[in-house]
Design a binder for this molecule. Structure first.
Ligand code: GLU
Length: 515
């Protein structure tokens, strides 16, 4: 155990966890495991207006599903409990006060309405980015601009106030990001962020820095969207006197839309037919359902493998990584600065790969509940055999059901379009004769079926190409599927004969009508 390496995943429960968030958690996990460090799950819920019921449970369940394990956290406790910021409320005020005391923060009494009015006025005058900062604060209602007895009176009388960081004018803030290198930002571009709100809650910035300090975080590994906040955090570490123990920063690249045009959003997933959330999510307010990888038939191993490679590149061309492989190979040095495009085909390829790694028994067990829910109760051994012949065609777990359904229920529809062109009315008799020939077979294995049928067709001078598609359609309803003889063998003699005979009038009706 390396006591010095402590990292955290610190999501806000403002909705379902995006796969970008899962990747952040994963990289933190890999980093901690490789170095024998500690991984913490901290819930940053100080913004009560954005709180979503169920989101925290969703986060925990998603990460558990992915196999990302924590050493301390909201769901398991630990030496720094509580790990939910709303329950740590009492801890933050003293640090905001300390900053005021040191002259690095100040009280501001401007109401939300007053701030809105200024913003509107500035907008009307063409300034769309008005900020509360080193220039404007002198004209606002705060402890820097008001006489000190006025400030004292306001506070004593219980007037609501916020505490803002006093960002200095024209100073360079430097930070050495492990992925981006040295990042320098001039303080003229940073506004006097609110650290402590009038509702008695810290803002994200204060709580985040204070908790990273209290929880002895060594590395902050988080998404690129937090890079603009990092200089502000550096200022906070400095002003709180924690500069020497400031964590190292690593800001991860964005996960981009497949065409590289912007951040991957929920809507892209819907549009392109893949989930952007690990688990299905039902919005508690609107009831809207967003699809999840788990419910859409993905393997957690595939999701982990594919997101690990969205931003990190191994030294060799290896693509398949188990969690253990990732723990051994991962390094922040090989995380790129550039955004990573989500490649839908590649993602599917990963799932197909992991599906093919499963035993037919495992796959049968995974899909059995779906059959049961549809009122079909296949024999497990038989189901395993069916899975063996169709699994190559499956990408998602659900495909195993769709691809094997016709083994358990007779086709209701026949996709005769594919055979319409070559159909001849005399085919009907040939099919009946084949059914009789099937009846005479003792050995109904696919090998023997193939041999006997081909021989029979040859003797009769009938082309294989003309009749096999008809048999396929009669047995399965469509042109897709594994080899016809394999299907027939699995259906068994009686059922195969039955399907040939009972389906024939229906396809004749469809085909003769067309010719
Ligand atoms: N609460 C922030 C979020 O929701 C965490 C950012 C950080 O890791 O510092 O992503």
């Amino acid at each position: 155990m390396n006591k010095n390496i402590r990292v955290r995943f610190a999501p806000s429960p403002t909705g379902p966890l995006h796969i970008g968030g899962v990747r952040t958690a994963l990289y933190n996990y890999l980093f901690a495991r490789q170095l024998g460090g500690t991984l913490i799950l901290r819930i940053e819920d100080t913004d009560q207006t954005r709180f979503y019921p169920g989101a925290e449970d969703y986060i925990v369940e998603s990460l558990t599903w992915c196999g990302i394990k924590f050493d301390e956290g909201v769901h398991i406790g630990g030496p720094h409990a509580p790990y939910r910021q709303s329950e740590r409320k009492h801890l933050y005020k003293q640090y905001a006060d300390l900053l005021v005391e040191k002259g690095h923060a100040y009280y501001a009494f401007d109401t939300a309405e007053e701030l809105d009015a200024i913003r509107d006025k500035m907008k009307a005058a063409g300034n769309h980015a008005w900020q509360y900062n080193h220039i404007t604060r002198v004209n606002m209602k705060n402890s820097l601009s008001l006489p000190s007895d006025d400030v004292k009176n306001r506070i004593d009388s219980g007037e609501p106030y916020v505490i803002r960081l006093k960002v200095p004018r024209n100073e360079e803030v430097k930070l050495n990001d492990l992925i981006r290198g040295v990042v320098v930002v001039n303080t003229n571009h940073i506004d006097d962020k609110v650290l402590y709100k009038s509702d008695g809650m810290p803002t994200y910035h204060l709580a985040n820095v204070v908790d990273d300090y209290l929880m002895q975080i060594s590395h902050v590994i988080r998404g690129e969207e937090w890079l603009p906040s990092a200089p502000l955090h550096v200022l906070l570490y400095k002003y709180l006197g924690w500069e020497d123990i400031m964590p190292s920063f690593a800001h991860l690249p964005l996960i981009l839309k497949p065409d590289g045009n912007g951040k991957l959003s929920k809507r892209d997933g819907d549009r392109l037919g893949f989930p952007v959330f690990p688990l299905e999510w039902k919005d508690p307010f609107t009831g809207e359902i967003s699809s999840g990888y788990r419910e859409s038939g993905w393997f957690a191993e595939a999701v982990v493998n594919l997101i690990a490679l969205l931003g990190w590149h191994p030294a060799n061309n290896q693509e398949i990584f188990s969690m253990q492989d990732l723990i051994e190979s991962f390094s922040l040095e090989r995380v790129s600065k550039a955004g990573a495009k989500f490649d839908v085909d590649k993602a599917r390829w990963f799932n197909q790969y992991y599906l093919r790694q499963q035993s037919t028994d495992t796959l049968s067990q995974l899909i059995y509940p779906k059959f049961k829910a549809e009122g079909i109760e296949p024999d497990m051994q038989h189901l395993s055999k069916v899975i063996e012949v169709i699994m190559e065609r499956a990408i998602y777990i659900g495909d195993l059901y769709n691809e094997s359904l016709y083994f358990f229920i007779r086709p209701e529809h026949y996709d005769t379009q594919a055979i319409a062109k070559k159909w001849k009315p005399e085919n009907a008799n040939i099919i009946l004769e084949i059914a009789d020939m099937f009846a005479s077979l003792i050995d109904f294995t696919s090998e023997s079926l193939e041999e006997r049928t081909k021989q029979w067709l040859m003797e009769k001078g009938i082309g294989i190409g003309a009749i096999m598609p008809v048999i396929r359609i009669l047995l399965t309803g469509s042109m897709a599927g594994p080899a016809v003889f394999e299907i027939a063998a699995l259906l068994g003699k009686e059922e195969s004969i039955n399907r040939l005979k009972t389906g024939l009038p229906e396809i004749e009706k469809q085909l003769n009508g067309k010719n």
